[in-house]
Design a binder for this molecule. Structure first.
Ligand code: TK8
Length: 340
């Protein structure tokens, strides 16, 4: 077989493989997708972003290419959200908490102690309530594809072990740029300061702030243990990440292209949750080995904090709408009542 004939055959075979992608004209360049995120490449977020990129490339037969760009190189969450809305960037993954200024219903996920465990979080986020909240983004120029796990958040600081609520007095605590977090930690007595995640390490290092709260995985991957001595196990809230697409850009894709992205977002969600949970299960021992001093709150103190924190619930209900709030509570009651 001569070279030309081989090329023709190979091209025909490739075309046959790509036949389901009616929207992919053979002569167009691959679609380049900038996918930004805030954590390091070597983190649960970074590993899942890489997995997402591989899925998209594979399932589009190389017609769509994802450049995963981590460490907030494209800017902090809020800046990327605006770039997506304006169409200057295609995709990102970030906190739902920083989206509250755009879509108020996202504050539902900031409710302290909303979920008791990851199973409840998965059921609500992947079910009709999670979808309903996610779909609210569309009016604001964003398309949500999947919730990934950031995880249950725990408190670290450089001043002292937090054993009781009063230990938070005067602690300058970085929180996400979100009113529920700000109110929650002010209610507990901390001096809460909103800061983008990208500025957090240096703020801790220079003691501009004394503490922060994030899941074990992030405390590990962002090396917060280098600048934080104390970790108090509080699990005060379960925090999701959300995979977002610029609606402006999304609307110009073919149905097949949209499906490639939606499928890859879901596959990477499953990959990410598994990876996060595996890493999270041993992270506490790792952090201890790195020199952090870890304390559990006595049950009575945990209950006191919980009680204080749930006082912010009324304002969250008002913010997200009482129908959504009640529907969520009913769904959780049903999950909790369900036979194991
Ligand atoms: C990463 C952030 C991070 C979040 C935070 O960009 O800001 O503390 O937990 O994961 O979204």
């Amino acid at each position: 077989m001569n070279a030309i004939r081989r090329t023709v055959l190979a091209t025909a075979a490739a075309a046959a493989l790509l036949a389901p992608f009616a929207g992919f004209a053979a002569d167009i360049k691959p679609r380049l997708i900038r996918f930004g995120y805030g954590l390091n490449e070597d983190s649960n977020q970074g590993r899942a972003a890489k997995f997402f990129a591989q899925q998209v490339e594979k399932n589009s037969g190389g017609k769509m290419k994802v450049r995963a760009i981590g460490a907030a190189a494209l800017g902090p969450d809020t800046q990327m959200q605006q770039a997506l809305i304006g169409g200057a960037q295609e995709m990102m993954v970030g906190s739902t908490a920083t989206l509250v200024g755009i879509t108020k219903e996202m504050a539902l996920w900031d409710t302290p102690f909303l979920f008791n465990n990851a199973k409840e979080a998965d059921a609500v986020l992947d079910g009709p309530i999670g979808t309903k909240v996610m779909d609210k983004l569309q009016d604001k120029g964003l398309v949500g594809l999947a919730y990934w796990e950031n995880g249950f958040r725990n408190l670290t600081n450089s001043k002292r072990p937090v054993q009781k609520m009063e230990d938070l007095d005067g602690i300058k605590l970085r929180v996400m740029q979100n009113n529920v977090y700000l109110d929650s930690f002010k209610t507990l007595g901390a001096n809460a300061v909103p800061l983008p995640f990208s500025e957090l390490f240096s703020a801790l290092e220079t003691k501009t702030v004394d503490g922060q709260e994030n899941p074990y995985n992030t405390i590990l991957s962002s090396k917060f243990y280098e600048v934080q001595k104390y970790l108090s196990v509080t699990n005060h809230v379960y925090s999701p990440w959300i995979v977002l697409v610029s609606k402006k850009w999304w609307d110009g894709l073919s149905k097949d292209e949209q499906k490639v992205l939606a499928d890859a977002a879901k596959a990477s969600r499953d990959f990410e949750r598994k990876d996060t949970r595996e890493e999270g299960a041993k992270a506490l021992a790792d952090l201890k080995a790195k020199g952090m001093q870890i304390n559990e709150l006595p049950a009575s103190e945990a209950a006191r904090m919980r009680d204080k924190l749930t006082k912010v619930n009324a304002s969250i209900g008002t913010q997200v709408g009482m129908d959504l709030w009640n529907e969520t509570q009913a769904s959780l009651a049903k999950l909790r009542g369900a036979k194991k």
